[in-house]
Design a protein around this ligand. Structure first.
Ligand code: TGC
Ligand code: FAD
Length: 388
């Protein structure tokens, strides 16, 4: 009997440091987050205390240099951290993805030295929580058509518009917001909580990602100092570079969720008896389990190889799209099959499967929908864009 979910021994590719990181994050998650995650999800409450604890654990800014409070780690380590978090809950991984890839990454990559020193150490320690505003009520898959904009007023710019579906926004200390200047060029701006004319109402009644708080960002004549504009890159390519990093993290995170669902279903099938034998003894159950392990193994190989390409700075956006798309679809399929193996028990909170399944309905939509990633791959293959 093979009880490992590392069927092709990916562990052999990992360094001792990477294995230690995995062990410490696994320990942290099992002691600090796992015991109350189901209760938080049922109540749809985000636990703010976790932010500080995640900061103490080095979960924020793992790839950011240590002089700014980051971990100075490689991309495989980043992936491992995302996998361990999402093994518990996609909402928790979301908090980390946003803070790392969508807030710290742009401030580090496109910001100046003053911006880096002002924000990155606080974000790394969890003293500050950030959010990322790209999507608008009328512009989701097509962010280039955004209408949020700013006008130059001398010492400051005047920001108007709104953003929708923003993870962390109601409680975030800062927002990295993408808006157009008077020449219709997209720039990143750092908006601080408390700026006059800025509000971040919560979006309630979600059936998915209930442990992560989601909201809007509303800007009504917000005076933003010019010092808060990220100076080192403009154009849609800047936010899309952030998305590449976050999508990479999701490709690992989804494997964590898939493993949690697969192992739950495997263990349940061995102890649940019907017709006088364990349901694991039926060929139809074995088919489900064998296919789950096969798909997880393929996803692990994809993520690991992509991580190596990320470390060598050779990963392309299309490669990242393939991994995000495949691995999230793989996880959602496994969650659905696992839920069936548990029968009626599959729908209750005694097991994590239904929560994972509901969460993955967001993960398959955000950071580029399943179909948008297919079109990115289609463009890569044919050279013809089919978005519009
Ligand atoms: P297109 O003409 O293809 O490109 C515009 C410019 O951007 C460049 N570029 C990229 N640069 C870096 N990385 C990438 N992945 C890039 N993709 C494109 C491109 O070279 C071009 O540069 P330039 O210099 O020639 O101007 O742009 P398009 O308007 O046709 O759109 C392409 C499309 C549809 C793929 C893109 O807009 C897209 O990816 N749409 C999906 C939107 C999306 O993913 N939104 C995510 C919002 S954030 C979020 O969901 C966070 S969830 C957080 C959580 O809780 O975990
Ligand atoms: P739409 O773009 O309206 O798409 C609707 C459907 O049409 C999809 O199936 C899509 O694939 C399809 N479609 C669209 N265009 C095409 C086309 N050209 N060809 C074929 N099919 C097409 N955004 C942020 O900026 N920051 C965040 O922190 C953030 N967090 C989020 C958290 C949650 C819980 C959720 C649900 C979303 C979050 N988002 C965030 C927004 C997310 O990125 C968008 O929901 C996503 O990009 C899709 O946009 P949309 O919802 O407007 O759907």
């Amino acid at each position: 009997m093979n009880q490992t979910t590392d069927f092709y021994d990916i562990d052999a590719f990992l360094s001792e440091e990477q294995k230690l990181i995995r062990a410490s994050i696994r320990d942290f998650v099992s002691k600090e987050i796992e015991p109350t995650i189901e209760k938080q999800a049922q109540a749809s409450v985000f636990n703010v205390d976790w932010v500080k604890k995640m900061g103490e654990m080095g979960i924020f800014g793992p790839t950011i240099p240590q002089i700014y409070g980051g971990g100075g780690l490689d991309y495989i380590s980043y992936g491992i951290i995302m996998q361990e978090l999402e093994h518990c809950d996609s909402g928790i991984r979301s908090v980390a993805s946003v803070q790392n890839s969508l807030v710290m990454y742009p401030i580090y990559t496109f910001g100046d030295e003053i911006q880096r020193n002002k924000y990155l150490p606080k974000l790394a320690s969890g003293a500050f929580l950030g959010c990322f505003g790209l999507t608008e009520p009328n512009h989701g898959s097509d962010p280039n058509s955004m209408i949020t904009h700013f006008e130059d007023k001398g010492d400051y710019v005047l920001l108007n518009g709104s953003k929708m579906w923003i993870s962390n926004s109601p409680i975030a200390d800062i927002a990295v917001v993408w808006a157009k200047d008077e020449q219709k060029r997209i720039h990143g701006l750092i908006i601080e909580k408390g700026m006059e004319g800025f509000s971040a109402p919560e979006i309630k009644n979600k059936w998915s990602l209930r442990t992560s708080i989601t909201g809007e960002l509303v800007f009504e004549n917000v005076k933003v100092p010019k010092a808060n504009i990220l100076p080192n890159k403009s154009g849609l390519g800047a936010p899309l570079m952030c998305l590449d990093s976050a999508r990479y993290g999701i490709s690992w995170g989804a494997i964590g969720t898939a493993i949690a669902c697969y192992e739950t279903a495997r263990d349940y099938s061995l102890q649940r008896h019907q017709f006088g034998k364990p349901i694991a003894a039926f060929q139809l159950t074995q088919k489900k389990l064998a296919e789950m392990l096969t798909e997880i193994t393929k996803a692990q190989l994809l993520a690991w190889r992509l991580g190596m390409l990320m470390n060598e700075k050779k990963a392309t956006s299309a490669q990242i799209s393939m991994a995000k798309r495949n691995n999230v679809a793989m996880a959602i399929q496994i969650a659905r099959e696992a839920r069936q193996i548990l029968g009626g028990m599959g729908i209750v909170g005694d097991f994590p499967i239904m929560r994972h399944l509901m969460n993955l309905e967001s993960v398959i939509t955000y950071e580029g929908t399943h179909d948008i990633h297919l079109l990115i791959l289609g463009k890569e293959i044919t050279g013809i864009q089919a978005f519009s």
